[in-house]
Design a protein around this ligand. Structure first.
Ligand SMILES: C[S@@+](CC[C@H](N)C(=O)[O-])C[C@H]1O[C@@H](n2cnc3c(N)ncnc32)[C@H](O)[C@@H]1O
Ligand code: SF4
Length: 392
């Protein structure tokens, strides 16, 4: 297996990453509209077929990328529920990536895990397969909130999973949280934040619950069975999270992500900084040098395409230079590294930055600027102002 160290020849090309989408869940949470299938759904494809097609897609990616010699900087198995697959399936994909591209010695390899699937045996197998980071879907420490979300695990499940991961030897464990669930109280969210911190993990993601159209939650809200999430409550939750995480040494590095220094998710940072990545699996999106493309969404169709040696791609778009700048602005604003207004807006950005600072939305960090906590709550409005100023 070719392995490459830190001192691998640096090229002008950005890092190359792999995302692998595992489209299976035991049951569907009422709020989730991700491309995932539960047992018995038609066209789901078998897990053995997923493994064969996933390995075939790695080889297909190699053929498409020709002699582009960039060993992989990170791999991320997301879903769906990757921990529903035998670890040997994930290991086959890692081995195929390693054979075809090489994996950097310092690569980050993340697997998303649902608490109810985490066992000491699974964790040992993941470590042996080369997985370096576990991202556990905790969501909440409140049984009522978990029930509104239709999660299968109990409040203690994620804490137990995080402890087991630490005992097994994982140095990088992250917890995913959701705030703003109908029925959640300020105290309940405070407890969730404190519980997450108490596990000692070095990374947390916290997202506001979004009511996605067509989901069970959407129907429940429309029929008045549960109230719609409240924006002011969500903003309060964000402030609580940011202040508690910050005080316990987990600093924001992207609007919805906090980590101990050096424990940022490098894979996701790659997305936000415009790196290249190949997304394998049904419906997965890829980005290579300003072109985006995406796979057939339905597992059976994606499997059939790869089984017959065809391209599993369903569509593509190449961003114009202007679209690329818009996207770069939207992403850069979200990062704690901040941005240079001259890059995003061009000349004449001083007045705008003065105005945003006056309203408490941005702060300067050397030559760069970044959002304050208040600015993060109003990030979309700040982004629009930056985009408008560029267009003016
Ligand atoms: C799609 S899941 C995949 C990983 C794993 N199955 C889990 O549930 O943690 C990744 C993350 O997206 C979050 N998510 C899915 N739908 C969401 C929504 N409508 N609003 C906020 N977060 C959402 C999940 O809660 C989870 O933390
Ligand atoms: S939130 Fe996670 S476990 Fe729930 S349906 Fe979505 S992907 Fe599956």
């Amino acid at each position: 297996m070719p392995l490459h160290g830190d001192n691998h020849t640096v090229t002008a090309s950005p890092a190359l990453r792999f995302y692998a989408h595992v489209p299976y869940c035991s049951s569907r949470c009422g709020y989730c509209d991700f491309n995932t299938y539960v047992p018995g759904e038609p066209g789901r494809g078998s897990q053995a077929q997923w493994r064969r097609a996933a390995v075939a897609e790695v080889r297909h990616a190699r053929a498409q990328l020709g002699d582009d010699d960039r060993p992989i900087s990170s791999v991320f198995f997301g879903g769906g529920t990757p921990t529903l697959l035998p670890v040997s399936d994930l290991a086959s994909v890692i081995a195929a990536i390693s054979q075809e591209f090489g994996i950097r010695q310092d690569a980050e390899v993340t697997v998303e895990a649902n608490p109810e699937n985490v066992t000491p045996g699974l964790l040992d197998d993941l470590l042996a397969a080369g997985v370096t980071r576990l991202s556990i879907g905790m969501q909440s420490a409140d049984a009522r909130v978990l029930s509104v979300l239709d999660r299968r695990h109990r409040p203690g499940g994620a804490i137990r999973a995080a402890r087991l991961a630490e005992l097994a030897g994982f140095q990088r464990v992250s917890l995913d949280l959701i705030y703003g669930t109908p029925g959640e109280s300020v105290q309940s969210w405070r407890d969730t934040v404190a519980t997450a911190i108490g596990t000692g993990v070095t990374h947390v993601s916290a997202y506001a619950l979004k009511v996605e159209s067509g989901t069970v939650l959407d129907r429940r809200v429309r029929h008045g069975k549960v109230p719609a999430p409240d924006d002011d409550f969500a903003a309060e939750c964000y402030e609580i999270a940011d202040s508690h995480f910050g005080r316990s040494g987990l600093h924001w590095y992207e609007i919805s992500n906090w980590s101990a220094p050096g424990h940022e998710c490098r894979h996701n940072l790659g997305y936000w900084r415009g790196d290249d990545w190949w997304g394998l699996g049904p419906g997965a999106h890829s980005h290579l040098a300003g072109t985006r493309f995406w796979n057939l969404r339905h597992p059976q169709r994606w499997i059939e395409a790869l089984d017959s040696g065809s391209d599993p791609r369903d569509g593509s778009e190449t961003l114009t230079a202007d679209q690329q700048r818009t996207e770069a602005t939207m992403l850069a604003v979200r990062l704690a590294d901040g941005f240079d207004p001259a890059d995003l807006v061009g000349s004449g950005s001083e007045a705008l930055m003065g105005d945003l600072r006056g309203r408490g939305l941005v702060e300067s960090i050397g030559h760069r600027w970044r959002l304050t906590r208040r600015g993060r709550l109003l990030a979309d409005a700040v982004t629009l102002q930056l985009l408008d100023a560029r267009a003016a």
